[in-house]
Write a protein that binds this ligand. Structure first.
Ligand SMILES: Nc1ncnc2c1ncn2[C@@H]1O[C@H](COP(=O)(O)OP(=O)(O)OP(=O)(O)O)[C@@H](O)[C@H]1O
Ligand SMILES: [Mg+2]
Length: 267
């Protein structure tokens, strides 16, 4: 639906306003490594003025946190580089998710290695996977009532729930299924985070209403697109306010991002 390009357009706008910005992608292979031609890594690297890029995995976030706690890298390595521990980290429900959200909120919570940015733009997963990520600290916080794990989990979710820190953008398309999905996603995010997501409907064709002559060939095709798109936009409007982002007629993601920058700045 364009989550990554929209996220990058937002990040570029922050950076161009002079804000020190970190763009975070989850998992490998990193999309923007391919788009901008660099080798994406866990440690942030400067990709343009004020804009840093990092790719996070649950395992690396956890390893870095443990290293920070024990201070001695060799002990952290001992902790992770044995089969039992590796199997545990892979299988423990919610642990990797908790590590990612722990890292994301660590600057505000002043816990863990420093994260010196004005803005962090987090290119999150698609709907179901993203909700599972958000629910991880809720689950941990309620299962583990005592001890540092429970306390950290609750602080992570409280930080995310603070609208002073968190803004959520939900990207969709003017099509039937994405509209149904984003309406559900919006209400779930509101329940979990108490933050109302901004809905962005991406790839909207700038077509005018077809006239009666549009009944054959390409004109007929465009007329079908217009009617389908209008029906979806109407359904989306019935569920609350949203912003339209245009279809940018460019082949490369770089140009699409550039085209979207002016549009997302209006949001
Ligand atoms: N407004 C737009 N106009 C033209 N092309 C677009 C627009 N938005 C996205 N695209 C193109 O659509 C493709 C998918 O975009 P993107 O990778 O951002 O989607 P995504 O939601 O992040 O996908 P994934 O779920 O795989 O992470 C890219 O090639 C991108 O350039
Ligand atoms: Mg993406």
């Amino acid at each position: 639906v364009g989550k990554s390009v929209v996220a990058m357009a937002l990040a570029k706008n922050f950076a161009e306003q002079g804000r020190r910005t970190l763009f975070v992608e989850l998992g490998q292979p990193a999309y923007f490594g391919l788009v901008y031609g660099f080798r994406a890594r866990y440690q942030p690297q400067l990709i343009s003025s004020n804009l840093f890029h990092a790719v996070w995995t649950g395992e690396e976030c956890l390893r870095e946190y443990v290293q920070h706690l024990v201070k001695i890298p060799k002990i952290a390595d001992l902790f992770f580089d044995n089969r039992v521990m590796r199997a545990f980290v892979r299988a423990a429900p919610g642990l990797k998710e908790l590590a990612i959200l722990g890292k994301l909120t660590s600057g505000i919570r002043e816990s863990g290695p420093s994260l010196p940015y004005d803005d962090i733009v987090f290119d999150a997963y698609a709907t179901g996977h993203f909700l599972a990520l958000l629910r991880a600290p809720l689950g941990m916080g309620s299962i583990i009532s005592k001890g540092p794990m429970g306390t950290e989990s609750r602080r992570i979710i409280e930080t995310l729930q603070d609208s002073q820190y968190t803004k959520v953008y939900a990207v969709t398309l003017p099509e039937d299924l994405p509209v149904v999905e984003v309406v559900e996603l919006k209400s779930e995010i509101e329940k979990i985070l108490n933050v109302v997501p901004k809905v962005l409907c991406n790839r909207v064709y700038g077509l005018s209403k077809p006239g009666p002559e549009s009944d054959s060939g390409f004109a007929k095709f465009l007329s079908d697109v217009w009617y389908r798109q209008s029906a979806s936009l109407e359904k989306l409007a019935a569920a609350g306010p949203f912003v339209q982002l245009p279809m940018i007629m460019k082949a490369s993601a770089r140009d699409v991002i550039q085209g979207l920058q002016a549009e997302v700045s209006k949001t």
